[in-house]
Write a protein that binds this ligand. Structure first.
Ligand SMILES: Nc1ncnc2c1ncn2[C@@H]1O[C@H](COP(=O)(O)OP(=O)(O)OP(=O)(O)O)[C@@H](O)[C@H]1O
Ligand SMILES: [Mg+2]
Length: 359
């Protein structure tokens, strides 16, 4: 049976007059990896702190393992938090840092030794027991912080930008390690980040937050392929946004007019005159030399303006006749793309790849 390990019911949080978290409702299943993703100041840390018990909601309730936890202090909740700043005890050695939670619970010395050794093995830092935090690298400190959070065998681990201080390479490596650890231990993780790529790589589900609200909650594929709002489309990955008005509809298709140009989209209850956005990912667009007659495809004429190499992909900028620029990404673009520069070409994509949004 799948159990809701964490539930938020209509949570609001105000600091003075400022509404920081607004009507947030959320279920996190046992063993799930859920990420709160959003820009700086959108309320991620505040939400996490309410789950941990460091902060009380202004209204609404938090349930852990099916029970309301109002009034239960942080140290009595079966939840552990890992912070970006590691928060290791600088004067204690690694063994004592990891052992801390168990010692506080008055565990047996032999049990402590056994568990610390198991935890250090798990984070691949056996043999570091007698070092102090100052003698560890950033990645090693973070692994100790994780070991320390795991040792009490909590039901939920809350992680607030735990990899934020690491360089890109180490960060990517730790993402994979952390994900493996979570799958191995089957502990519920609630993870906070403002890095969309990190969220897409690690999570079972993502809650995209903006201004204290959850804009969209779904799997990484949902969030990426089917953004429901302009904010989500724009925040997650790179995209082309077309803003305009529905100019006509027939049975299966609708047509968006954006500055005198038209694109075809699937007609899912659209009305003529409706103002909408259409988003199309750069990797969904192809550049073709002529207007090849293909069904179920959008075709747009443009002028090939620029070709930029970004490692494994080529990024191409195409200027449409109405002045709108479109970005196209292609993996291993062929040499013919060089010949397109400053020439007229056609952009094409499958009608299904255009996602219509109303806000
Ligand atoms: N104790 C507090 N008193 C007053 N305002 C606060 C307090 N804590 C947070 N805020 C405000 O609440 C808003 C949300 O803060 P929060 O720390 O939750 O954001 P965040 O999404 O974690 O951002 P970041 O990515 O920068 O960490 C911010 O505008 C912040 O200034
Ligand atoms: Mg924060």
């Amino acid at each position: 049976m799948s159990v809701n390990m964490v539930e938020l019911r209509n949570i609001n949080k105000q600091f003075g007059e400022t509404k920081v978290v607004q009507d947030v409702s959320l279920h996190v299943k046992e063993g799930e990896f859920l990420t709160l993703l959003g820009p700086s100041g959108c309320g991620k840390t505040t939400t996490l702190r309410m789950i941990a018990g460091f902060e009380q909601p202004t209204s609404g309730s938090v349930l852990l393992d099916g029970k309301q936890v109002e009034g239960i202090p942080a140290n009595k909740r079966n939840v552990n938090t890992v912070f970006q700043s590691y928060a290791l005890f600088p004067h204690m050695n690694i063994f004592d840092n990891v052992a801390f939670g168990l010692k506080m619970r008055g565990a047996d010395k032999r049990v402590i030794k056994e568990k610390v050794s198991k935890m250090l093995e798990l984070v691949r830092l056996q043999g570091y027991e007698t070092r102090t935090p100052a003698q560890l690298s950033g990645g090693q400190k973070q692994r100790i912080a994780i070991a320390r959070a795991l040792i009490n065998n909590p039901k939920v681990i809350l992680l607030d930008e735990p990899l934020g201080a690491l360089d890109l390479k180490l960060r990517k490596q730790m993402q994979v390690e952390l994900k493996h650890l979570q799958q191995q231990l089957k502990i519920t993780f609630i993870y906070v980040t403002h890095d969309q790529e990190e969220a897409l790589t690690m999570s079972d589900r993502i809650a995209v937050m903006n201004n204290g609200f959850i804009e969209q909650l779904g799997s990484p594929t949902d969030i990426y392929e089917k953004p429901q709002t302009k904010f989500v489309a724009d925040f997650i990955g790179e995209t082309n946004l077309f803003e305009g008005e529905i100019s006509r509809v027939d049975n299966s298709y609708a047509y968006l007019d954006f500055g005198g140009k038209e694109i075809e989209v699937k007609n899912e209850g659209l009305r003529v005159g409706e103002k909408v956005f259409v988003t199309i990912r750069p990797e969904r667009i192809k550049i073709v030399g002529d207007q090849s007659p293909k069904t179920n495809a959008v075709k747009l004429k443009g002028r090939f303006k620029e070709l930029i190499y970004v490692g494994s992909v080529s990024k191409m900028v195409v200027l449409l006749e109405n002045g709108k620029e479109v970005v196209v990404n292609e993996q291993a673009a062929g040499s013919e793309t060089h010949d397109y520069i400053n020439k007229d070409i056609y952009l094409t994509w499958g009608v299904d790849h255009g996602v219509v949004m109303k806000e």
